[in-house]
Design a binder for this molecule. Sequence first.
Ligand code: ZN
Length: 411
Amino acid sequence: MDYTHDPDAFRLMPKEPSFENALAFAGELISIPGLPGEEGEVASRLKEEMEVLGLSDVRIDDTGNVIGVVAGRGGAPPAMLNCHLDVVAEGDHSEWEVPPFSGEVRDGFLHGRGSMDIKGPLALQTYAAASMIGKAPGDVIVAHTVLEERGGLGMKRLLESGTVDPGVVIIGEATHGDVCIGHRGRAELEVVLTGLAGHASAPDRARNALDLLGDVLSAVRELGENQEADPVLGRASLIATTVDVLPESRNVIPDKVVLALDWRILPSDDDDSLLNRVRHSIERRIPSLQEGLAYEVRMARELQTTYTGIQEQRSLLTPGFLMDSEHPVVTSAASAVGRRGDDAGAAVRPWLFATDGGWSCGIHGIPTIGFAPGEEGFAHTNRERLNVEEARWGYARYPHLIAAVQRAAAN
Ligand SMILES: [Zn+2]
């Protein structure tokens, strides 16, 4: 059959799961912008590619995540491969050496927003899974999710939906070829100070909410200096970042002050434990409040909307996680991946940034590791790029990695 005059028919031709085709597909995805909440076009292009590659049960769920399955040949637990569909804003185009949506390969690098975080690895994972149709020890679920850059609503809803049941998860965030086993999480809290507004010329009739700020900041600093440390992930860190004063007027005594706290948390932390620690620290500083003044400690919340129209008011907590470095999934992953250019096993370490693994492992307890080419220092910058030779190596390691973690998860 001659497809040359019918581009649609050409698209539906089966595609060979090769590295070159994966790289070309990554370039195509880079050319489609898709900020968090605007991933629709990327999702439909990916769904089409999964179908062409021969994945089964290809679908877009109500949240907008794209899911497909590679049927395995045996009964090992399903492995889920995960990247995200969204990218962060590209900023000023003139600051980029190579245009952000070119997806161009130049000087040995794939360039552009998402080349490394995360459309390059997404294409590699998807193609590597396709190369294992009928060969993997168990089914391979390829699930790429929305809104990761805003805390992971896509992954959260996917796992809560119960429509996937992975025995092990591989996250495609940049590891530069190492095996990553966790990271700190992040929480955003607010301390709301309230008083009674009044004109600055008549302070007797008002209660200045700012009067509480000094003690509250001291309490936060004291708590920040006493954070727990994890031997692998390091110390949690807490810091006050912004102050909003309302009404915002220089001749009005404010009745509301909102102090925001950024907390890089350990995997054992949750909303309640964080809130209680801030409350106790403030209570120690301010044992009794002056009449008319009050404070409240709460999780910061944000209303998020997916491109499919689902809305969720979510508390801004992205969980952390940490796998035991001796866990069979970790040790088998490290030896399956190996080290580029020598015989040793891959280095095992945490990431410095948060991923959707906080949901899969931190909340749902599913063994989760990360493996992908790419230097994390390029993420979210206007120099974002992916080394093509490193990507080629990572692509070749993926089938070994998938088989190894499936076998390890089976035991
Ligand atoms: Zn990412």
